[in-house]
Design a protein around this ligand. Structure first.
Ligand code: MN
Length: 403
């Protein structure tokens, strides 16, 4: 890997795979045999989603914090961007119960288990909500939370803008503006929650920097023109390889390191040319739209997963009994310790989402202002893992029976 002089390397979603990250850093010459920064004046960019799902998200935070300090002392840098998973953790720390629930149902419990293990404790990540002390790891009073607040929303490298997920045409007009919006966001709740709840805030925009998926090509073209860049380098959506599209304007690098256990990244050489970097493979220049698959060992896994995703899902007919919770089941998905905020799902049918089974029905929320519901759909696996059958009298009858 060191035969090309790469001034900057961009790495995607690590999701708790400290093992994979450590191998990448060593293979790419960023660390020495003792794990210390050996990248000199080079820059490593991590584009978010360091925590959640995988087993060592907190250890990865520690590793990246240390490397960043060592890199800066050596004239290099480790630039970290916020991913949607970091944003969820910060919202959870700010006391947002909706996001405390959302976090668990999106892999946040892995950090909780890791945190318990670190103290020699055992626990069950289904014991919702977690202790306040755990959530506070990602608040402004803890060094993890403070460090996340020092991250950027996006950065520019050569002719490219690097961002976690994408960029809506109506989003911030520049990288600097996006970073300003984040830098001026108050640290403490409720100011934090009030600021990020504004529709223009990049932390929350569902089609924006942290959450965008499947952006139309015309939007990518418009955004690159607006930002004045050659293209976007982004992660967030697993592409099972490095995928370049829209005439080089979108380079997607979340290959799924969590699933495959192999690292991948892109690098820029001194002339601003982009290279695909993968574990066990020589660097390959990215010169045109196309797909660079993972090495052969991972390719077998990729083929299997692709086959599973494309296979017809053996779902029950609409209204038929799902695997575990039949229509009519009332599930309690989350309840705050004081009982003042809770979320239920009244199962009405099974369906399909993200290529897998799902539960559909009435999402019932109880807040300080009362009860409300909306239709919703969620993957079956986390519902079955974290949801618990509730007694019908936990929810007012007009909410479960009304039109
Ligand atoms: Mn993401």
């Amino acid at each position: 890997m060191r035969n090309i002089d790469l001034t900057t390397v961009v790495m995607g979603d690590l999701h708790g795979r400290r093992d994979v990250a450590a191998r990448a850093l060593a293979d790419l010459g960023f660390t020495d045999a003792s794990g210390r920064w050996a990248g000199g004046s080079r820059t490593l960019i991590q584009l978010g989603d360091v925590i959640d799902r995988g087993p060592e998200g907190l250890a990865l935070l520690e590793l990246l914090m240390q490397l960043q300090a060592q890199a800066r002392a050596a004239g290099g840098d480790v630039t970290c961007l916020i991913g949607n998973h970091e944003s969820i953790a910060m919202r959870a720390a700010a006391g947002d119960h909706s996001f405390r629930m959302n976090w668990t149902y999106n892999g946040g419990g892995a950090n909780y288990v890791e945190w318990l293990d670190g103290q020699g404790l055992h626990g069950d990540d289904r014991e919702l909500p977690y202790p306040e002390e755990f959530y506070m790891l990602f608040g402004p009073g803890h060094r993890y939370g403070r460090w996340l607040r020092s991250h950027q929303m996006a950065c520019q490298v050569g002719e490219y803008v690097v961002v976690h997920a994408g960029w809506a045409p109506g989003g911030p007009p520049s990288v600097a503006e996006a970073n300003d919006l984040w830098a001026t966001t108050p640290d403490e709740a409720p100011g934090f929650l009030a600021a990020i709840s504004r529709p223009e805030h990049p932390l929350s925009d569902p089609s924006g920097l942290l959450w965008s998926r499947d952006q139309p090509e015309a939007d990518i073209v418009a955004v690159c023109e607006r930002l004045g860049c050659r293209g976007l380098i982004a992660g967030h959506t697993i592409t099972h390889g490095i995928h370049t599209s829209v005439d080089g304007r979108l380079v997607q690098i979340d290959v799924g390191m969590l699933i495959y256990g192999a690292w991948a990244a892109v690098g820029l050489d001194g002339d601003g040319r982009l290279w695909a970097l993968m574990e066990g493979r020589g660097p390959r220049p990215i010169v045109a739209d196309g797909f660079i698959p993972l090495p052969a060992a991972q390719e077998a896994v990729r083929t299997r997963i692709a086959a599973e995703l494309s296979a017809p899902q053996p779902l029950p007919d609409d209204g038929a009994a799902p695997a575990r919770y039949p229509p009519g089941s009332l599930l309690r998905l989350y309840r705050s310790r004081d009982g003042g905020w809770s979320q239920y799902l009244l199962v009405q049918r099974t369906g399909s989402i993200y290529g897998g089974a799902s539960y559909e029905g009435r999402w019932i929320t109880c807040t300080a202002t009362g009860w409300s519901w909306r239709p919703g759909i969620w993957p079956a696996e986390p519902i079955e893992r974290f949801g618990q059958l509730a007694s019908p009298d936990e929810v007012p009858e007009e909410i479960t029976s009304g039109e």
